[in-house]
Design a protein around this ligand. Structure first.
Ligand SMILES: [Zn+2]
Ligand SMILES: [Zn+2]
Length: 212
C-alpha cells in the first residue's frame, strides 16, 4: 500500500491486490474522512482494514474484468455500501450494481467531488474517475499506450475516448492506471501525438503501444 497523493483536500492510497497485482485506489476527504474505494481485485481484509479508518461511501468500478472484481462480493458484504458502475459492465459484476453511472455523473465524498467519465474501448462500460488533478484510469490509459482492445473498432473507440474525454483534462493531471505506475496527461498527449503522426495498419488492436 502506497500513499500516492496527499494535500490539504484529499489523500489517495494505491493498493496492489489479488492474484494479478491489480491496482485499487482509496480516495479520502481530508476534512470529513469520507472515502471511496475504486475496484476490488481481492485481499479484502487489507482493504477493509484501511477503510476502517475512514467513512467509506461507495465502491466504484472502472470495469468488470476478472482482475478487478475478484474481491467485490466479499468487499460489498463487508462494507455494506453501494456499488457504482456503468450499465455496460453490470452484467459482468458478481453483485448487483446499486448506482448506475453515466458520463459526467458526480459523486461526493465529504468536500471532494469525483466525476465519472465514460471511456469505452477496453470494455463497453469502462469508466475513469476524475477529481482535482488526479485521474483513476482503470485499464483505459497507461504509461506508453492505451489499454488492450479486442478489435480494430474497439481500438478506434478507446483512442476516441482518450482524445475526447481525457486529453481535455489539464496537462498536469496525474493518471493512475489499473496496473503499474502512473503517468500524466501531458506525457500521454506527447506520446499519442507522435503515434498519430505515423501511418498505421487499419486493423490495429490488442496491446498497442504509442511507439507502434
Ligand atoms: Zn481490463
Ligand atoms: Zn486490468
Amino acid at each position: 500500500m502506497i500513499k500516492v497523493v496527499e494535500n490539504e483536500h484529499i489523500r489517495i492510497f494505491r493498493l496492489e491486490l489479488g492474484p494479478f497485482g491489480t491496482n485499487s485506489y482509496i480516495l479520502t476527504c481530508q476534512e470529513t474522512n469520507e472515502s471511496v474505494v475504486i475496484d476490488a481485485p481481492g485481499d479484502v481484509d487489507l482493504v477493509v482494514a484501511q477503510l476502517n479508518e475512514t467513512h467509506p461511501q461507495y465502491i466504484l468500478m472502472t470495469h468488470g474484468h476478472v482482475d478487478h472484481i475478484g474481491g467485490l462480493a466479499e468487499l460489498k458484504s463487508a462494507l455494506n455500501i453501494p456499488v457504482a458502475a456503468h450499465q455496460g459492465e453490470a452484467g459482468d459484476l458478481p453483485v448487483t450494481v446499486d448506482l448506475l453511472l453515466n458520463d459526467g455523473d458526480e459523486l461526493s465524498l465529504g468536500h471532494i467531488k469525483v466525476k465519472a467519465l465514460h471511456t469505452p474501448g477496453h470494455t463497453p462500460g469502462s469508466m475513469c474517475f476524475h477529481t482535482g488533478n488526479y485521474l483513476i484510469a482503470g485499464d483505459t490509459l497507461f504509461p506508453g499506450g492505451p489499454g488492450r482492445t479486442h478489435s480494430p473498432d474497439d481500438f478506434r473507440q478507446i483512442v476516441t475516448s482518450i482524445r475526447e474525454k481525457l486529453f481535455g483534462l489539464t496537462d498536469d493531471t496525474e493518471v493512475y492506471p489499473g496496473h503499474g505506475e502512473p503517468t500524466t496527461i501531458k506525457e500521454a498527449k506527447e506520446e499519442y501525438e507522435a503515434f498519430s503522426a505515423r501511418p498505421h495498419e487499419p486493423n490495429l488492436c490488442g496491446d498497442v503501444v504509442w511507439t507502434t
